[in-house]
Design a protein around this ligand. Structure first.
Ligand code: NAD
Ligand code: ZN
Length: 344
C-alpha cells in the first residue's frame, strides 16, 4: 500500500510503497477514507535526533477516519464497512484514567510503549490503518469522513480545553483564542456553540483573522501588544475570562498573561517552547494555568454531535496521498485555510 512516511530526521515526508498490514488478535484494520494534517506533525519533524522519540520510519497521521475492513482474531460487535473516526490518544484500557475514558492521560501507556497512530504507531496517512482496539473507534454515521476527520484532534483538543473552562464562561465573559488555524478556527465555533462568551480571535495573518470572523469570532485583532488594550477596552478594563493559546510560544504566553482577568483561565494548547512565571507577585490573582493534551474518549462523541447539529464544521483543503508532501509545505508556509485533509 501507499503511505506517507517521515523517514529521516530533517527531511520532508515521502510517499512510499509498504506492505499492507494485517490485523493481529484484538485489532481492527480500517481502509482509510481521510487523514488530517496537524501542526504537531510539523513540530515532531522539526526535532533533532536527541529530541525525536517517535521512531523511524514513521507513517504520519494522528487524525484518521476509515471503514472497517478486516477484524483481527477475537474482535466482535463491529460490522465490516462501518464508517468510523479514530480516537487517537490510545491508552491501556485498564487503569483508573482509562476507566473514565481519559485515555489521553493513561497511567500505563508510557510503560507499555502504547503510542498514538502517527505519533509512534503507524498512522492514518496510508491506504490502511491498524487500530489496536475497537474501543478506539467512534461511528461517524451520517458525517462525511473528509469534512469531519479533523474533529478527532482539531475538534477534540479545543473542545476538551474549552469544556474545563465552561463554568467561568458565563454571560458577560470574554474568551480569547490565540491562533485561528486548524484548531483555533474550530475553537471559535465551539465557544460560540457552547458558551455565551464574547469571542475574540488573535492571529498574525490577515487571512486567518478574516477566517476567524467568518466562523463566528465577535472581534479579531492582530496578535501583538495592541491586543491587550483592545481586550481591556472590550471588558471594561478587567481583561479576558479565558485565553486559549493555540500557539504556545513565549510571545503569545506573555500576551495571554497580560490580558487575563482576576480568576481567569490561561490554557496552553499550542506546542511552543514558552513558559510563564506563576507566583503571588505575578498578577492576576487566582488565575489558573493549564496545558491540556488532546481529549477524553467520550468527548469525541460530543464533538461529533456538535458537527451533526451544524454548530461546528472544519474548513478543509483536500489533497491526495501523492500530494500530501505539498500539504505540509502549505502548512509550514501558513497558507492553509483551516485544515488540510489527505484522501488516499
Ligand atoms: P496551524 O498551523 O493550523 O495554526 C496555527 C495558527 O497560529 C495559524 O493561524 C498562525 O497564523 C497562528 N499564529 C502563528 N504565530 C502566531 C502568533 N504569534 N500569534 C497569534 N497567532 C499566531 O496549527 P494547528 O494544527 O491548529 O496547531 C496549533 C498548535 O496546537 C500547534 O502548536 C500544535 O502542535 C498544537 N496541538 C496541541 C495539541 C494538544 O493536545 N495540546 C493537539 C493538537 C495540536
Ligand atoms: Zn494534532
Amino acid at each position: 500500500m501507499k503511505a506517507l512516511q517521515y523517514r529521516e530526521i530533517g527531511s520532508p515526508p515521502e510517499v512510499v510503497e509498504i506492505d499492507t498490514p494485517e490485523p493481529g488478535p484484538g485489532e481492527v484494520r480500517l481502509k482509510i477514507t481521510a487523514a488530517g494534517v496537524c501542526h504537531s506533525d510539523e513540530f515532531i519533524m522539526s526535532l533533532d535526533e536527541e529530541q525525536y522519540v517517535y521512531g523511524l520510519p514513521l507513517t504520519l497521521g494522528h487524525e484518521g477516519a476509515g471503514v472497517v475492513d478486516k477484524l483481527g482474531e477475537g474482535v466482535s460487535g463491529l460490522e465490516l464497512g462501518t464508517s468510523v473516526a479514530v480516537y487517537g490518544p490510545w491508552g491501556c484500557g485498564f487503569c483508573y484514567a482509562c476507566s473514565q475514558g481519559h485515555e489521553n492521560y493513561c497511567e500505563n501507556a508510557a510503560d507499555l510503549g502504547i503510542t498514538p497512530p502517527g505519533l509512534g504507531a503507524p498512522g492514518a496517512m496510508a491506504e490502511y490503518l491498524i487500530v489496536d482496539s475497537s474501543r478506539h473507534l467512534v461511528p461517524l454515521r451520517d458525517l462525511d469522513p473528509v469534512q469531519n476527520v479533523s474533529l478527532t484532534d482539531a475538534g477534540l483538543t479545543p473542545y476538551h480545553a474549552i469544556k474545563n473552562s465552561l463554568p467561568k464562561l458565563v454571560p458577560g465573559s470574554t474568551a480569547v483564542v490565540i491562533g485561528a488555524g486548524g484548531l483555533g478556527h474550530v475553537a471559535i465555533q465551539m465557544l460560540r456553540a457552547v458558551s455565551p462568551a464574547t469571542v475574540v480571535a488573535l492571529d498574525v495573518s490577515d487571512d486567518k483573522l478574516q477566517l476567524a470572523r467568518e466562523v463566528g469570532a465577535h472581534h479579531a485583532f492582530h496578535s501583538d501588544d495592541s491586543a491587550i488594550d483592545e481586550v481591556k477596552a472590550l471588558t471594561g478594563g478587567l481583561g479576558a475570562t479565558a485565553v486559549f493559546d493555540f500557539v504556545g510560544i513565549q510571545a503569545t504566553m506573555t500576551l495571554g498573561q497580560a490580558m487575563i482577568r482576576v480568576g481567569g483561565d490561561q490554557v496552553h494548547v499550542g506546542v511552543g517552547s514558552g513558559s510563564l512565571p506563576v507566583g503571588m507577585l505575578d498578577k492576576p490573582y487566582e488565575a489558573s494555568v493549564r496545558s491540556p493534551y488532546w481529549g477524553y474518549r467520550h468527548e469525541l462523541f460530543e464533538v461529533l454531535e456538535l458537527a451533526r447539529t451544524g454548530a461546528v464544521h472544519v474548513e478543509t483543503e483536500v489533497f491526495s496521498l501523492d500530494e500530501a508532501p505539498r500539504a505540509y509545505e502549505k502548512l509550514h508556509a501558513g497558507e492553509l485555510r483551516g485544515r488540510a485533509v489527505i484522501v488516499p
